[in-house]
Design a binder for this molecule. Structure first.
Ligand code: MIC
Ligand code: SF4
Length: 642
């Protein structure tokens, strides 16, 4: 029996376990990446491990999220990351060099390698045939130290792309269609491999748009084959030596298959407030638009920006629209500046932002009250833009640019002639904003600003766990709900005690207070709890508030791993009706917790307030059981090092 692409790469990197879907495996990691808002924590954890130099083929630290510098905190964190990376063998991508995923794709990702990144959109590098996975900072710290990355062997879904896209329909519309078909939880426990004749018509950055937003499916990762298009891209980046062909075996087997006929696709939008709430633009109608934002790790490539520039050229942004554009990298921005496209954007009235995440993570450009904002980004969760009442629609760069001119949501096919953009034969590839690590550790002193506070550590699991159901939330709660990120909070990513004051406040402003008054307790949630980002702060802040366990209908992958790494027990209802029976403030009790977790069987939870008990499932590998018993990954590692 032949192998599909993920199986081939996993097999080459397998450290332990068997490649059977649902079984725990561990793999060797070739490359890692961090960004600044998860990076401070990852490097604090790396330092705590006491390993002098990273053991990967290449580890990168990007500064791209937290760049506004409204106070000293951002710059302090950047200085810390710059010095700690220089000391321990990590390459440092300076602020201004671009969004981590865009730069990694252009300059460093390698087909057939494994990449672990402390950001959920790390799978962007799947566009070049790299097996790229998002994880919590602690898992990335372990990988930097040469430790294997543990995950449940995913199922592999093949998505066949047949036919060719019509004019004005783009890669963004493909992934929006996949999201419409599979939903924001349809990819949990799965890797998506793209195949079919449609693949050859997609450039590497277009493939990367698709694998990027595979994160919104909840998928472990998404991947394209590495073919002649990949070779051409790498050659144009001056790194043809990184190319190798990666394709599935002829007789490869898949767990699921789905076909998307590209010829039938039309321009789509994800409506508020979920990336899978997808509809044809022509059916949504011409709603008035207040803001258009173009950029993010999903749609900020040279190709995307050139299409936008051509649409804007010689025209003016509608009076009711604020158009902001953030080219994804210094490479893209330089090329736009050199060929005049930047001037066309500026002349049309676009506000050019630095090459960073910016509005995607609420770092500026929050829309006005009740605004309609069209964004080429990947997430439109309620409040993520920084304005709770804003209605964010996720669209392609073409739709965004055309709508910025008309002032209403517009099907780009109405615009007229479709802009043609060729992939350049040579990109401006000059890595002068990437600093190599110091040759000797002794040469570097790590600089720590006053914003860096110690992170919370759990203690070993108690025999008896009790506490109130401190909050009860519904389905698809995102990490943006659990640990909001915006211009006010992002500067505090290395200050968990401060962040904890905002934990789950979008759902209930009193949650932190209640948690503290009760000395901690439980979180009750619906399905797909913790979808979205990789931020481990969504586990560390609850830990800081004394949360002992989360009982949910189901969990998103990275968040569940982060809970376990923090020693917080993730439990799932065996009978969903039990979710309905619990009310906030019910007193819950788990007796003989250690024995019950060890047994690997169902756990009995007593609802002392209502006088009944119910069973929950704890699906943990043996290693994860040990981690929970020890009180998280750091304690587990320390215990095992003795
Ligand atoms: C996001 O898009 O939500 C982020 C900000 O990039 C996060 C990482 C973080 O919270 O720092 C992600 O996707 O993992
Ligand atoms: Fe940055 Fe947005 Fe991409 Fe996250 S999704 S890495 S915030 S651009």
């Amino acid at each position: 029996m032949g192998y599909n692409i993920p199986q081939k790469i996993i097999k080459e990197h397998l450290v332990s376990g068997e490649m059977i879907a649902g079984e725990e495996i561990s793999i060797r990691i070739d490359q890692t990446l961090t960004q600044d808002s998860t990076g401070t924590m990852a490097y604090l954890q790396f330092e705590a491990m006491g390993i002098p130099r990273v053991k990967t083929k290449r580890s990168m630290a990007y500064i791209d999220h937290n760049t506004i510098q409204a106070g000293f905190e951002n710059a302090d964190d950047h200085k810390y990351i710059q010095t700690v990376t220089a000391k321990h063998g990590i390459y440092f991508s300076r602020p201004g060099n671009g969004i981590c995923h865009q730069v990694q794709l252009e300059r460093f990702a390698v087909p057939g390698m494994t990449l672990l990144g402390s950001d959920s959109h790390t799978p962007t590098a799947g566009g070049i045939g790299c097996l790229a996975i998002g994880a919590g900072g602690l898992d990335v710290a372990v990988a930097m130290g040469g430790g294997a990355y543990y995950l449940m062997m995913p199922k592999v879904v093949k998505i066949n792309l047949t036919g060719k896209l019509n004019e004005w329909v783009s890669a963004k519309d493909i992934i929006l269609e996949v999201l419409r078909k599979l939903s924001v939880k349809g990819g949990v426990g799965k890797i998506v491999e793209y195949a079919g004749e449609g693949v050859k018509y997609l450039s590497v950055p277009e493939r990367a748009t698709i694998t990027n937003m595979g994160a919104e499916l909840g998928a472990t990762t998404s991947i394209f084959p590495s073919d002649e298009t990949t070779r051409e891209f790498l050659k144009a980046q001056g790194r043809e030596q990184d190319f190798s062909e990666i394709k599935p075996d002829e007789d490869a087997v898949y767990d699921e298959e789905l076909t998307i006929d590209l010829t039938r696709l039309e321009p789509l939008a994800a409506k508020p407030h979920s990336p899978d709430n997808v509809e044809e633009i022509k059916n949504i109608g011409k709603i008035k638009v207040d803001q258009v934002a173009i950029g993010s790790c999903t749609n900020s490539s040279y190709l995307d920006m050139m299409k936008v520039a051509k649409i804007l050229k010689g025209r003016t942004v509608a009076p009711n629209v604020s158009l902001v554009i953030a080219p994804g990298s210094k490479q893209v921005l330089t090329m736009l500046a050199q060929n005049g496209a930047l001037a066309d954007m500026v002349a049309a009235g676009a506000r050019i932002l630095e090459s960073a995440c910016g509005p995607c993570i609420g770092m500026g450009q929050s829309p006005c009250t009740d605004a309609v904002s069209l964004r080429t980004f990947n997430r439109n969760f309620e409040g993520r833009s920084g304005t709770k009442s804003a209605k964010v629609y996720l669209v392609s760069p073409e739709t965004a640019a055309v709508s910025a001119l008309t002032g209403v949501l517009t099907d780009p096919r109405e615009f007229g002639e479709c802009p043609k953009v060729e992939m350049p034969e040579k990109f401006v590839a000059y890595d002068n904003m990437v600093l190599a690590p110091a040759a000797s550790q002794e040469d570097v002193e790590v600089v720590r600003g006053p914003n860096i506070k110690p992170f919370p550590l759990n203690s070993e699991l108690k025999e008896k766990i009790c506490g109130k159901a401190l909050i009860k939330v519904g389905d698809n709660i995102t990490t943006d709900h659990i640990m909001p990120s915006n211009a006010k909070l992002l500067p505090y990513r290395s200050n968990v005690p401060y962040l904890a004051e905002f934990c789950l406040t979008p759902c209930d402003p009193d949650f932190p207070k209640r948690a503290k008054e009760n000395g901690g307790g439980f979180i009750i949630a619906g399905s797909n709890y913790g979808q979205g980002s990789s931020r481990e702060h969504a586990a560390l802040a609850p830990l800081q508030l004394g949360i002992k366990g989360v009982i949910a209908k189901s969990f998103a992958r990275i968040h569940m791993a982060n809970l376990i790494n923090s020693g917080i027990l993730p439990m799932t209802f065996t009978n969903e009706a039990d979710y309905d029976r619990i009310d906030m403030n019910d007193e819950l009790l788990i007796e003989n917790a250690v024995g019950q977790v060890k047994s690997g069987e169902l756990i009995t939870v007593i609802n002392s307030t209502k006088g009944y008990s119910f069973e929950v499932k704890v699906s943990l590998s043996e290693r994860q059981v040990e981690m929970i018993l020890a009180g998280g990954l750091i304690n587990y590692t320390r215990l095992n090092a003795k």
